[in-house]
Structures are given as structure tokens and as C-alpha cells.
Design a protein around this ligand. Structure first.
Ligand SMILES: NC(=O)c1ccc[n+]([C@@H]2O[C@H](COP(=O)([O-])OP(=O)(O)OC[C@H]3O[C@@H](n4cnc5c(N)ncnc54)[C@H](OP(=O)(O)O)[C@@H]3O)[C@@H](O)[C@H]2O)c1
Length: 295
């Protein structure tokens, strides 16, 4: 997808590029001539991804930054690194995501699903915003999910301390994706009139590593033996990457911001995600949970 060298001269950062949608997105950007910054938590996997991308796209410039994005200190270090080493940043793809069947906390004492799926991209984006504003035109792309439609945010229990349902961690994941979408819309308003756009997307149901059923509890764990059989019938990572690649590269969306996409087209997200008061409240809560440095 996209013409050869269409992204030549563009610097693009992709989080979670070691597998799934992130790796497929990074590969497509490399093939179109982008300079890539891969932000990965596991050095070995990151180096394997760099080798794989370079084999498929030999002229690519690819930089690896190792950061476990569940740690705010590591998010900050990754952002500092990019801010020092690059004079511009054209594209940031906030892709890294994970599900946690049992409630866990990050090194910062934050519920892991919220830390990885929402607070990490929120903080990283805000720390890179000045760099992106100093770039002629820049795009932020957040891989969200239609799971956000199931999200029900309790501002008195954002970290689900009172009740973390059994299963694969879907309720916490839905809440974190909703939290992130709310702040994407708020950020778009804050960036109005600037050279930076921000959009979110649902990639479809994609056969990746995100659901493993490891540690799952309750009836849902009975689905584990059937999962490998279902995988061939859902999207490949390459197909799941089509919308993020479109949002990163296409001239058609150069000035589109604050939208939610599926299959390369804007669609409506859940009613609560469009509530400006909730967006603002989530922005404030996210700032507090990331040390108040954002925005
Ligand atoms: N697959 C779907 O059907 C689907 C549907 C809707 C939305 N999404 C979203 O798509 C995005 C990509 O997921 P995927 O389906 O491609 O899953 P995946 O294959 O599991 O890829 C997730 C990526 O995120 C990385 N990651 C996880 N936790 C991290 C952390 N703490 N720090 C840094 N990197 C971390 C993983 O690194 P490791 O390789 O080290 O684990 C991996 O590179 C996620 O945001 C997900 O929520 C997926």
C-alpha cells in the first residue's frame, strides 16, 4: 500500500513494533522510505524486528529504543531520547497495547491495563508534542479498539481496585481504550489550528498475540483450545495495519483530526466518548496520574 519512497524524509515512531499490527505498520512505513524509531520493551525482540524489517526493506534507517511503557520513567526516557536525537518527528503511532486477565500494578503502582493502553500513549504523546509542533506537519495515530464501546469509566475507581472482573481482562481493556479515546478528542481540540493532527482507529479483529488466555479465569478460559482454530478466520496483522498506515501516509487525511476510523473511513465512536465534559475530566485525571507534566 502506498508508493515507494512516499515517506522518504519522514521520521516515524511506532510503539510495540515487535509483533502484530505494530510490526506490520512499521514494515509498511519502512518500505515507503520512512526513517523509523521502534519503541519496544524487549531488546532481543526489538533487535529481531529491526533485522526482519531491514531484510524486507534493505535501505531503511531503523532506530531501536528499549522502553517498557508500563513504567512512566521509561516513557519519559524514551521521549527524552527522541527529543535529543531527532530534530523532527512526523508520525507517532501509539500502538503498544496489552490485556491483563488478573489485576496487576505497574512499577508506579498503577493498574497495568490503564498504564499500558492509556497513560503510556497519553504521556508519550504529550512529551513529544513540542517536537511534533516544530515539524512542518505531524500526525499522531492511536490504535484504539471497538472494545471502547463497552467501557464504563468510574472516576472514583479508575484503577478498578474495587472490582476487577474474571476473564481475560476485557472490562479493564475496554475502560482503558475509552479513556484513551476521550483524551484523543480533547487533544484534537487543543491542537486545533496547529500543524499536528491526532486520530484514533479500530483495526478490526486481528490474529495477533494480544489474547493468549494465559491466566484467564472464569468461563472464557474454556475458549482457549479454540482460539488457534479461529485465528485463520480473522484479519492478518498486515490487514489490521491498513488503517494505521493510511492515517500515517495518505495525503487525504493530512488535515483531518479528532476522528475515529475503521477501514480507512471515519466512523462514530460511542456516545460517551464524544462527551466533552467527560473528555476534559479524563484529561485532568490522566494528567494527575502521570505527574501533571502533560499538555
Ligand atoms: N488484535 C486485535 O484484534 C485488536 C483489536 C483492536 C485493537 N487492537 C490494538 O492493536 C494494538 C496492537 O496490538 P496487537 O493486536 O498487534 O497485539 P500484539 O501482537 O500483542 O502486539 C502488542 C505490542 O505491544 C507491545 N507491548 C505490550 N506491552 C508493552 C509495554 N509494557 N511496553 C512496550 N511495549 C509493549 C508488545 O511487545 P512484546 O512483543 O514485547 O509483547 C507488542 O509489540 C493494541 O493497542 C491493541 O489494543 C488489537
Amino acid at each position: 500500500m502506498g508508493s515507494l519512497n512516499a515517506m522518504s524524509g519522514k521520521i516515524c515512531a511506532v510503539t510495540g513494533a515487535t509483533s502484530g499490527i505494530g510490526k506490520a505498520t512499521a514494515l509498511a512505513l519502512a518500505r515507503q522510505g520512512a526513517t523509523l524509531i521502534l519503541i519496544c520493551r524487549n531488546r532481543q525482540k526489538g533487535e529481531d524486528a529491526v533485522r526482519e524489517l531491514q531484510a524486507a526493506s534493505p535501505n531503511s534507517a531503523i532506530d531501536l529504543l528499549v522502553a517498557d511503557l508500563s513504567s512512566q520513567q521509561q516513557v519519559r526516557a524514551a521521549a527524552t531520547n527522541i527529543n535529543h536525537r531527532y530534530d523532527r518527528l512526523h508520525v507517532l503511532v501509539n500502538n503498544a497495547g496489552a490485556m491483563f486477565p488478573k489485576r496487576m500494578e505497574s512499577v508506579d503502582g498503577i493498574e497495568m491495563t490503564l498504564a499500558v493502553n492509556h497513560l503510556a500513549p497519553f504521556l508519550l504523546t504529550n512529551l513529544l508534542l513540542d517536537k511534533m509542533k516544530a515539524t512542518s506537519a505531524a500526525r499522531i495515530i492511536n490504535i484504539n479498539s471497538d472494545a471502547h464501546e463497552q467501557g464504563k469509566i468510574d472516576f472514583d475507581d479508575l484503577q478498578m481496585q474495587r472490582h476487577y472482573p474474571r476473564g481475560v481482562g476485557m472490562r479493564a481493556y475496554a475502560n482503558a481504550k475509552l479513556a484513551n479515546l476521550l483524551t484523543v478528542y480533547e487533544l484534537a481540540r487543543r491542537l486545533h489550528g496547529s500543524n499536528v493532527t491526532v486520530n484514533a482507529l479500530h483495526p478490526g479483529y486481528v490474529a495477533t498475540n494480544i489474547i493468549t488466555f494465559e491466566g484467564a479465569s472464569g468461563p472464557v478460559r474454556l475458549l482457549k483450545p479454540f482460539w488457534p482454530m479461529a485465528k485463520p478466520f480473522i484479519l492478518t496483522p498486515e490487514k489490521g495495519a491498513i488503517t494505521p498506515i493510511y492515517l500515517a501516509c495518505s495525503p487525504r487525511v493530512a488535515s483531518i483530526s479528532g476522528m475515529y476510523f475503521e477501514k480507512c473511513a471515519p466512523i462514530a465512536s460511542s456516545p460517551v466518548s464524544c462527551d466533552k465534559a467527560v473528555q476534559l475530566r479524563m484529561w485532568g485525571a490522566s494528567e494527575r496520574l502521570t505527574g501533571g507534566s502533560a499538555g
